[in-house]
Every structure is written in C-alpha cells, then in structure tokens.
Design a protein around this ligand. Structure first.
Ligand SMILES: [Zn+2]
Ligand SMILES: [Zn+2]
Length: 668
C-alpha cells in the first residue's frame, strides 16, 4: 500500500483526503498540519520551534508556509488542539501572511492566542470560536471535527475526530492517559471507543515518548515529592517550571498554600499564563496568596515561595539571570532550595546544567533530575500509545509529533497491536498522505522547510543571512576596500581589515592575495562587468565587481588557510585616467618579518614607507570606516601605464586551483 502514486489532481482519479504535515515530524516542535479534500483546506495547529545551536540571533523557528500562501484561497479554517507554543506559537505570525477565516479551539488556548495576536496587531484578521468537549464544528464543505477531551500537561486539551468523505481520522494531539487529572477533567475514552467501534480510517498519534516502556505516571504523582521538598526547606523555595504546564503550576500554588508560603511570580510568561488561567477558572488560588516581588523580600524566608521561568536555562529568563547574579530583585542565598520541576528539552540540556552549576556555586540547594519524582511528562509512554490504538482500532496508522526514531518505534508498537506494516506510513514534513477508504499512499511532496525569525519576529532570517552569521561567529570577517578606476585600473593598493579572523598568515600575504584577485577580476571580467554607453565614462557593474572579488578571495582563503570568513568588498570608483597602482604582485618575496601591532594588511603604494610607519608603536590605525566615500584614495606613487600592469605573480603562484585555472583558460 505504500506504493507511491504521484497524483496531484484529486479530480482525475478517485477523490481522496490529503494530510500534509508542514512541521512536527522528525523534530519536536512547530506542529502544523494541513487537511485537504476537494477544494477545502483545514489547518490543525500552527506552532513554533526554538532554534538550535548555530542559529545565531534566531529566536523562533517557523515552518515554511509557501504551500499555504499559494493555496490561501482554499483555507476554510483552523482547529487548535491545545495552547502549547509548539501548537499555537505560529498563528499570529501566519495571520500576517495568509488568511485563516476562523479558528476553533479550546478556551484556554484561544485566551493565550489572543494575547499573542494583540501583540502582533492581527486581532481583526480572523474569528476565534471557543469549543467545549464533544462540540462538533464544520469546516468547509467536507470536514466535521469533534473535540474529544484528552489529558496532557496543559489544561483544556483535545484530541480530534475528523470526519471526511473518505472516513474518520483520529488526530490525537498531545496526550497521555491520566486517570486522576489535577483538574478532574478525565480523558473522554468512551468517545474514542465510539469512533473505534464505528471504524477509524486512520490514526495520527503523538510519538514523543514512544521509546519509553510502561504507562506515563499521572501528573498528581509529583505532588508528594514536591510537598516533601517544600515542607523540608529551611529557607526560601524557588521553583521553576514551564508556565504553560497549568496542572503543575496549580499544584505548586496549592502546595504553597498548604505550607504557609506566599508566592512571588517572576517571568513574563509565568505572570501572563497564571493571570489567564485564574481568570478562566483553570487555577484556583486566593488573591492574597500572591505578593509582588518587591514586597516579598520583607517576608521571612520560610514563608516565601518564588515561582519563575527559566527551567530550560533560557539566557534571559528569571532563573538564569538569578544564577548569573544579574537579577535586580532576587539574589541567591545559602538557605535557598531551588527546584527544577521540568526536564530539559533536547538541545537545552547544556544551558540547564550550566544554570544548575551556577546556582550550586552560589550556595543554594538545587533539586533536579529524574530520580526526584518532581517531574512527569505530559506525553504518554508505550502503554498509553497502545491504549490509544486499542480504543480507536485504526485501519491505517501514521505516527506524528516526534523525531524519526520515535516515529519508527511508534510504528513498531502499532505493528505489535496488529496494524500491518503496509498500512503504516512514516513521513517527513511536506510529505503528502493520500487516503481513500481502502488505501494509504504517499503523494508528491509539497515545499516544506523552515523560516527563522529574529527577535522582532518580523524579519525573516533566510539561509543566506544565517550562513553569514555562522561565518561571522566561526571565522570572523574580512573587509577590504579596492580603488578601481572606471577604465578598469586598480588605482591604489587595496586595504584589508580583519575582525575575529584567526590566521597564521602574514597580513602582507593577505593583501597580496587580495591584489591578485582584484587584478584577476580586472583582467578577466572587466569586459563583462563594464559597458561603454557612449558617454564619458563606461557604465560599470560595481556590485558585480565586488562579488567577483569576494568569491575569488573566499575560495583562496578556504584553499590556503582552511578558513571561511565573511568577506565584504567595497569598491571605491576612481575617475578614468587615474594612474594605475603598480601592485606588489610582481615584487620579490619579502623576507622581512611581518609588522607587529597591526592586523590589517593594507599598504600604501610606497611599501617601504608604509612598513616603516606601521612599525612605529604609535602608528594611527586606519579603519575601513574612514574610507569608502569621497575622493579617490591617494593614487599610487608609482606611475604605471594603464591598464594595470601585467602580473608576473601568476607565474610565481604555485597554488592555482582548478577553478582559477578553468576561469583563466576560459577567459583566454
Ligand atoms: Zn502539548
Ligand atoms: Zn506538542
């Protein structure tokens, strides 16, 4: 059944349902799923992910939504399963780019979404419709969706039964089976069983913990462990967890009350989420339990509990700042008990352990880790996943919400439950699952990938920008200024300036290489880059000249020094007829030691004079910023005939790469 039948046009053959995840597969995060039948598109969730190492200056990762932008006329609405960032974090951003006429979702999730939409100024772009358990909503002509209450680390969470013309699809959303949920809202297993009896065409199920055997312990099981640590604490108690772990936060507030401690809240999301959850009744706590941070310092330590963000070691979160001694209101005391009631998301482990180390070095008692019973997952383990399969009895199965090995593991679980291997698809973002009443196939994939947003969440960091940032961080930057006359002559020696570049190369060698690249470009590319328009001066593609020099030098540095700094070339045009700078390329190899005290390798035309000057300790350092505009740089002292002197250097050059050779022979 897994044969690939490329079939983009549903009308051409038997109509089928297309399910296209744009995010959330082979990763944990940015869950975004497209359901498509006929002319209708329905979205399920639209989350964000957080950047990995090397994504410098990127704050948020979004799925590529080109497919949705191209097909936005067909989008009939969106379904939200619950309020976690990896499910709703992308919506406000997407609303700036394409239309979503209506969003149906749980009250708590939509309340949190409202805050994000207000911030992004997109409140008027869609209609938010709150749903209750067992509500059925119609989206477009072909979809009807029932919201089935499930249990998860976030309150007010749903699984979905999506009825389509080809059959019913169960989309679990994030879930675990918690029979004693903190808020008393139990999993509506009867409803799942009902659909299982009627016949479920396909199950799309949460794979996060598919590698973990057993049942996921109930959320309530952390209560006695937290209670023990809090009641035994001699001084202040500081607890960090995800603000969105509503049940956990509710229990911590309950424990504060029980142990006679007032609560101070730190971190914007902690304050926001608790305010929203209390307002909507998902958390019950008396007003006088909370004390503003400024006043809480007046209370005895034994009556204080601080609840804050920073469980993932995020550099700007409250606990991280406290650990670095940078928080204006809270400093660590020896008597503090600090509890990490969360486990690090893969990728955050190093920043979390660093935070723990710093807090311990400041003298606090830090409680963390698996053995303490202070954290349980919100995602079901293998036995939970089996129970889901047993209740829904799906014909076809697609594991979702997980990294590749988790998907594979989940598919094995399904096979052990009797789902034939041929009826299971392991897919990637952008893959298209095509379903008919009796088949499941992979169709032609659609464009999928990532969009990276910087702090403003407006600027998209594209692949080129990211590459440049990686180069800056890894290998630094080289800037150079070349003075070139409009008749294609190098009119002054190039100025080269290094920042953050570690190289054993003699700076003079660098400027020699630069001269050679410039000379090469002028000799071999000038014809293509300049155009005689009949006016006084030819029209020159200066950007093209810059690019050619950058590319050439880049390759040479990669080859010679195994470094890849970012290279920025600025060309300062000089009037035609400016005498040529003769260049050092034809100079004898210089055995004098490199000048000390300066890193930039630029030279004036008179090399000896310049070298002498640079050796003087007080030699003024010339910055690139000081040039680049205005009159041409002082022309070379050596009056040479135009065009630029031939460079015998090429003959000396022992290191001509394949590329240079090709370029040269092509030009000759
Ligand atoms: Zn979740
Ligand atoms: Zn999730």
């Amino acid at each position: 059944m897994t044969t690939s039948t490329p079939s983009r046009n549903g009308a051409a053959k038997q109509p089928h349902l297309r399910v296209i995840p744009l995010g959330g597969l082979h990763e944990i995060g940015k869950n975004t799923c497209v359901f498509e039948y006929g002319d209708d598109i329905m979205l399920v969730d639209a989350g964000l992910a957080f950047p990995s190492d090397g994504m410098h200056g990127v704050n948020v990762v979004m799925p590529d939504t080109s497919y949705l932008k191209e097909n936005q006329k067909r989008i009939r609405g969106m379904i939200v399963t619950h309020g976690h960032e990896d499910h709703i974090g992308g919506i406000a951003h997407h609303l700036k780019n394409f239309n979503i006429p209506v969003i149906h979702g749980p009250r708590l999730a939509l309340a949190m979404l409202t805050g994000k939409m207000e911030e992004a100024g997109v409140m008027d772009r869609t209609i938010l419709q709150t749903v209750a358990p067992r509500d059925v909503v119609k989206v477009g002509q072909h979809f009807s969706v029932e919201f089935i209450r499930n249990t998860h680390s976030m309150a007010d969470s749903f699984s979905l039964a999506i009825t389509t013309p080809v059959g019913t699809v169960i989309f679990t959303g994030d879930f675990k089976f918690d029979h004693t949920p903190v808020d008393g809202e139990t999993f509506d297993m009867a409803r799942l069983a009902h659909y299982g009896e009627q016949g479920v065409l396909c199950l799309f199920s949460d794979s996060t913990n598919s590698e973990v055997p057993g049942f996921c312990p109930p959320e309530r099981s952390v209560f006695p462990c937290l209670d023990r640590h809090i009641s035994q604490a001699e001084g202040r108690v500081i607890i960090t967890t995800f603000a969105s772990s509503i049940h956990r936060v509710a229990m911590i507030l309950e424990l504060a009350l029980k142990n006679g401690r007032k609560v101070g809240l730190l971190g914007r999301s902690m304050l926001n989420v608790i305010a929203k959850a209390r307002e909507l009744g998902y958390m019950r706590a008396p007003d006088d339990l909370f004390v503003p941070i400024k006043q809480i310092r007046d209370l005895p330590d034994r009556e204080t509990l601080l609840l804050m963000t920073g469980s993932q070691g995020e550099p700007l979160a409250a606990l991280s700042r406290i650990s670095r001694g940078e928080h204006p209101q809270v400093q660590v005391k020896n008597s503090d008990t600090i509890i990490f009631s969360a486990s690090p998301i893969p990728g955050n482990t190093i920043s979390v352990v660093n935070t723990i180390d710093r807090l311990m070095m400041l003298g606090a008692k830090v409680v963390y880790g698996k053995g303490e019973g202070i954290h349980v997952s919100g995602h079901g383990f293998q036995e939970d996943q089996k129970l889901m399969l047993a209740l829904t009895k799906p014909k076809f199965f697609v594991p979702v919400h997980g990294e590749h090995r988790m998907l594979v593991c989940h598919s094995k679980t399904a096979q052990s439950m009797g789902v034939p291997a041929d009826n299971i698809l392991i897919i990637d973002n952008g893959d298209v699952v095509e379903l008919t009443p009796d088949s499941i196939n992979k169709g032609e994939p659609v464009k999928a990938g990532i969009e990276l947003l910087d702090a403003s969440r407006n600027g998209i960091v594209d692949a080129r920008v990211l590459k440049e940032r990686q180069q800056l961080a890894d290998d630094g930057v080289i800037t150079m200024l070349a003075v070139i006359s409009t008749d294609g002559v190098m009119a002054a020696p190039p100025r080269v300036n290094l920042r953050g570049v570690v190289t054993a190369a003699d700076p003079r060698k660098l400027s020699l290489w630069t001269e050679r690249e410039i000379t090469w470009v002028l000799e071999n590319r000038w014809q293509q880059l300049s155009r005689n328009t009949g006016g006084k001066a030819p029209e020159v593609d200066w950007m093209g000249v810059q690019r050619e020099i950058e590319v050439g030098l880049q390759r040479r540095l990669r080859r010679e020094l195994q470094v890849e700094p970012l290279i920025i070339c600025l060309v300062q045009p000089a009037p035609g007829g400016t005498p040529a700078y003769k260049g050092r390329a034809d100079a004898e190899p210089d055995t004098r030691p490199a000048p000390r005290g300066r890193r930039d390798g630029h030279r004036d035309g008179n090399r000896d004079r310049d070298r002498d000057r640079s050796e003087r300790p007080s030699a003024p350092r010339r910055e690139l910023a000081s040039v680049g505009a205005g009159a041409p740089a002082p022309a070379s002292a050596a009056p040479a005939p135009a065009p630029v002197a031939a460079t015998p250097a090429r003959v000396e050059e022992p290191e001509i790469s394949g590329r240079t050779r090709r370029r040269r022979s092509a030009a000759s």
